[in-house]
Design a protein around this ligand. Structure first.
Ligand SMILES: Nc1nc2c(ncn2[C@@H]2O[C@H](COP(=O)(O)OP(=O)(O)O)[C@@H](O)[C@H]2O)c(=O)[nH]1
Ligand SMILES: [Mg+2]
Ligand SMILES: [Zn+2]
Length: 364
């Protein structure tokens, strides 16, 4: 029996016994059964957007998971953490834009496909493409309980393993409150902490903080308590700490600038995990030199973590009407995929030895 934990309500689901359903145009779920006269093509076509009902969920809290969510064993559930406006939504859109680019992912030996075609289509249509293709700024995440942003299956051609990966983008206000409901933390097994350099006092001026991002500590504390790791030395959940908005730093901060050479990098650099150790050391040193040790909490508390520099946009937004836009000639996400690949290597979706500087040579 394959059991899978529901990231929405934390119930353990007997996956193969969970009812298959489809969503009706009215947004309710309807049981899916094969008609006697249906051949494979017709049946598969009707199952394109199949879900599995979370048993026991009822009434207004009724919910379903993508039909193949539990087909590959324990899914990798990744959560974005950071206070409001730290840059989570733009970073995730830039990251996923690259992650579901088949030609790119082939270079590191992964095939990637959407787990929920309708959800993926909607996310691409409403967020990723308007941002990356048209330079449209993305709106703030509603302060509401976390929901799936998108989900994928990943096949590692070298190991032959398949994994389901789900992403949660969470509103900062929601995360930063001790009282708010965050059940996905009970299912999460990979974290992306986003550091907003503009919130660091030494860099952002008077309004900045010296103690760090409050949502980091709250998430780490809740996670430790939910998983029963309070008192243990380290949380066994891999984490990446991404210093975002590096377009604002790269011309003035040497430790940052060296990772963003003028004229751009060879695209291959994004896929070379052999530099992660060195990048982590620089990012760690950078945070110390700007008196931002408070943002290192995930590194200090998680057993496995790496640190990264990235820019989701490459440039500051321009205000237009009541929205933001990014001038297309300047819009250039950089180093956004690498943190995700590092997290995949720490989670075993990618081969872990790719992270060691020596692992580089064998790769070429
Ligand atoms: N300069 C710069 N600004 C960014 C970057 N990423 C996001 N922003 C800006 O930061 C603000 C908050 O971004 P958003 O992704 O909505 O943050 P969230 O609330 O953490 O999801 C917006 O005004 C974005 O334009 C970046 O890489 N560079
Ligand atoms: Mg957001
Ligand atoms: Zn559930």
């Amino acid at each position: 029996m394959t059991t899978v934990r529901c990231p929405i309500c934390l119930r353990l689901i007997d996956w193969s016994a969970a009812e298959e359903v489809v969503m009706t145009p009215a947004g309710t779920y309807e049981r899916l059964e094969r008609r006697p006269d249906e051949d494979d093509i017709q049946w598969n076509h009707r199952r394109l957007n199949v879900y599995r009902m979370c048993p026991g969920s009822a009434g207004s809290s009724q919910h379903a998971l993508p039909g193949r969510y539990g087909d590959f064993g324990e899914p990798l559930v990744i959560g974005m953490v950071g206070e409001s406006a730290s840059g989570k939504t733009h970073l995730l859109a830039a990251m996923i834009g690259m992650f579901c680019d088949a030609a790119r992912m082939t270079r590191i030996g992964l095939s990637v496909g959407a787990l929920d075609l309708a959800m993926h289509d909607q996310y691409m249509r409403e967020q990723v493409r308007p941002f990356l293709d048209n330079g449209q700024g993305l709106l703030g995440t509603r302060p509401a309980p976390p929901e799936f942003t998108d989900a994928f299956w990943v096949h590692n051609r070298r190991t032959g393993r398949d994994t389901a990966i789900a992403f949660f983008d969470v509103s900062g206000e929601w995360l930063a409150s001790h009282e708010s409901e965050t059940p996905f933390l009970g299912a999460v097994n990979g974290l992306i902490f986003v550091v907003d350099p503009a919130r660091i006092r030494r860099l952002g001026g008077a309004g900045g903080s010296v103690t760090g991002d409050p949502s980091f500590g709250i998430v780490l504390d809740k996670l430790a308590r939910i998983r029963g790791f309070e008192g243990s030395a380290f949380l066994p959940v891999p984490a990446v700490v991404v210093i975002g908005k590096c377009d604002l730093l790269r011309h003035t901060e040497d430790l940052v600038g060296r990772w963003f050479p003028r004229g751009g990098q060879d695209d291959q650099e994004e896929f070379d995990l052999g530099t992660v150790e060195e990048e982590s050391e620089d990012a760690y040193a950078f945070l110390w030199t700007v008196e931002a040790g408070g943002w290192l909490a995930p590194f200090v508390r998680c057993a496995d973590s790496t640190l990264h520099f990235a820019t989701a946009t490459g440039t500051k937004a321009v205000l237009e009407g009541d929205g933001e836009t990014f001038p297309l000639e300047l819009l250039k996400p950089r180093r956004t995929l690498k943190p995700l690949l590092s997290l995949l290597a720490m989670s075993g979706v990618l081969e872990r030895d790719k992270l060691s500087p020596a692992g580089r040579r064998g790769d070429r």
